[in-house]
Design a protein around this ligand. Sequence first.
Ligand SMILES: N[C@H](CCC[C@H](N)C(=O)O)C(=O)O
Length: 276
Amino acid sequence: MKLTFTKMQGIGNDFIVIDGYSSPVNLDAATICRLADRHFGVGFDQLLLVEKPTVEGVDFRYRIFNADGGEVEQCGNGARCFVRFVHDKALTNQREIRVETARGVIFPKLEDNGLVTVNMGEPRFQPAEVPFVADQDELVYPLQVANQTLEISTVSMGNPHAVTLVSDVDTAPVENLGPLIEHHVRFPQRVNAGFMQVVDAHHIRLRVYERGSGETLACGTGACAAVVSGIRRGLLQSPVKVTTRGGELTIAWDGAQQPVWMTGPAETVFEGSIEI
Ligand SMILES: N[C@H](CCC[C@H](N)C(=O)O)C(=O)O
């Protein structure tokens, strides 16, 4: 079977986007893993599948699969590419769309300046919502990792995030602590591990070791989670510029019970097809 796809990227977080809206596409985890391989396949951080919605009042369903083939709840950089894809493919003529995800509806919007703004919904902090094994919601938790005690904040943006402060992201131990945090026993669904350097109250630098994909050049939900945890801890004030290895995002959040707003680019790299 010939699979056509669009290769896209949002500040270096790269995707293949597949139209499962015009006609259904079913891919098993082993096939997704093979497609994700950067030597034997196409190569991507996540595969994004566009489908017809399963609920009333939304335009599309958005399914996200990590490079390890696992389906996950949310992808921020992918959401910006999603709206550009459905617009470029004439699946909609709306510049703002309502998108069903595994954890609620998000609202990506193509701005006149070429950037994309997404209402990413409300962050969740209760341990059971992350999910994270803890007695109650705390701003910071001690986490035993290797032979040290980290201080982490936990947030769900639909998907789980653990954020730890570092003095310099360039020297942060992302490669060795990232997988230990991702697979930590207190995260029953695993977790995305963010390493945040506070530059000032309106600017952070961020690296994320992503669940199911390893370190990526940028993580949209990770940027949302880092900013939200920094605001809660009194370290940041909205809006916040997030500098990642792949580029910059602007994240805004006005506090509890409010949605997180993410603004950034979304680019098409090439169109492709592959026999699967
Ligand atoms: N690895 C994430 C999914 C992709 C998130 C990231 N690419 C983003 O832009 O939010 C997870 O397993 O929850």
